[in-house]
Each structure stands twice: as structure tokens, then as C-alpha cells.
Design a protein. Sequence first.
Length: 265
Amino acid sequence: MPNKSWRLTRYLFKEQLQYLGWSYLAIIVLATVFPFLMAVLNGTLSTFSWRSHLSGLGLGAIFGFFIFIVGLQNYDNFKLFIQNGISRRTYWLARVTNLLIMSAVGVLLAIINDFAISAPLLRLDVFGLLAHGPYEMYAKFFGDNVFLTVTIYMLFLWLLFITLGLLAMAISSIMVLFSKTVQRLIYIVVPVLAIFLLAFVASAAIRTQESAGTLALQRFVKWLLGYHQTLGLFNPFMPMMTMVVASLMLALIAYGFNRKLKLRN
């Protein structure tokens, strides 16, 4: 990596790491200290449980939201770096490199939260904890092999965070090309249309539960999720491959639109 791009990556990493620290601190205070103070004021301290509050922090999910929101913040840094002689390609490369590093940090924090805090507080082993989260479909694919299960779980999270970050980067690179008024309209209209579309598809699927199209859709969804017909288990490598392909496509989209970004007057 060119020296200029690496310096820019370090700048972005330090900036986002600071934001992440303040975000986690705010979440921890809101999820633990604030309920404790409310229990003291309400006289319900005897029913307050540190275990229930600390075990449900969900730092992995919080990081997913964080990396997506940070990825949407594009123009201000773009303006700053372009005005200081940084090329669009260098800026894009630094953002992607920083995303890879920040995602690894997010995985590490999620693993510490899951297995060093939540699991002991909930009195669960590795498989018991994973069976209560979004990875539950894949928790038993490697049987009782703890090392493989945790390793693939970490890789799964890393790819998930990268995909979320690149999705946000692609969206922000496209949105910056529009005026602020159009951006606001898109941010309002698109989610509403997406909700109605999902509701329509779900309703249609229920009404035509046994149709050939619905069965084909079900098979396709199972294939994407990695369902193994013979074993009756879900294979984590299939969604991981899907995330790799999606990440490459999103990175290319972000790069293509990033080259079209211009400074506003």
C-alpha cells in the first residue's frame, strides 16, 4: 500500500476508533448505569440485576449499526482530503482498508463480549450461547469442535461487518451525487417502499403457500442460507461466499461512483 494511503488509513482508523469508544461508553451507561440509578430512585434496587443488563449488551450488533452509519458519512472527509491533495483512488483505498481493520476490531470486541462476559453471566457454553443468537442455524455444523465453530463464527462476523460497511459506502457514494433535498426524499421514500414490498411478498407467499413459484423461492432461500439437505444442517460457508461476492460488487460500485464525486460550492 502507498505510504500516503496508509497514513490516511491510520487517520481514519484513529478517528473511528475514538467514535466507537464513545459510542460503546454511551451504550454501556444507558444499558447499565442508567437502569441502576433508576432502580435506586424508584426503590426497586432489590430487584435490579447486573447480570441481566451486562449479559444483554450485544456489542456485536451495536458495532454492525456503527460500521453502517460510519460508512454513510462520506462527503465531509472526501471534501477535506481532496482539498489537501488526496486523490479519489487513495481516499477509496484508505476507506476500504480501514473498514477491514475496523471490522476485525469489531469482531474481537464481539467475541470478548460473547464469551468472556455474556456466556459466564448466562451460565452457557459456546454452543449454548451461539444457539441464542443470529448464528444459531450454523452453531452445530462442526459438531462439538469448539475451535472450528468459534473460528468460523469470527470469520462470519468479519465478513458480515465488511459487507455492511461496503453497502453503506456504496449508498453514500451514490447519494452524494444528489442534492440534499433529493437525498432526504430517497431516505424517506425508499424504506417505506421496501416495507410495503416486503409485506406484499410475505402476503403473497402466505396466500400461495403451495405454488411452484413459492416452493422455488423457498429452495433458493435455503440454498442461500446454506441448508444441507443430507445432513439437515445449515452450512455457514454458503452465506459467507455470498457475502464475499456481494462485498466485491459493492466495493466496485462504491469505487465507480466515488470517482464521480465532486466538490460543492
